[in-house]
Design a binder for this molecule. Structure first.
Ligand code: ZN
Length: 76
């Protein structure tokens, strides 16, 4: 196996690693966004504050927080 083949292998390995980390990052982002507005389907981070959600409901839809986020409950 010459140097050229080794370099090619290295490039392929690097490309694979980059792809894997990119997709796992994407998964983490999707998992973090688990609050969805039932009115416009905008996603919010699960760590979003009640204030941010109620502001969205009131300002965007003129609705109560429970109308846009019926599944959301304040952290206990
Ligand atoms: Zn909305």
């Amino acid at each position: 196996m010459g140097n050229g083949a080794k370099a090619q292998q290295k490039r392929e390995r690097n490309a694979k690693n980059q792809k894997a980390s990119a997709s796992s990052q994407l998964k983490a982002n999707n998992a973090a966004k688990n609050i969805i507005c039932k009115t416009c389907f905008q996603t919010f981070l699960c760590t979003s504050r009640e204030k941010a959600l109620s502001e969205h409901a009131e300002n965007k839809h003129n609705k109560a927080i429970k109308e846009c986020f019926p599944d959301w409950a304040p952290p206990s």
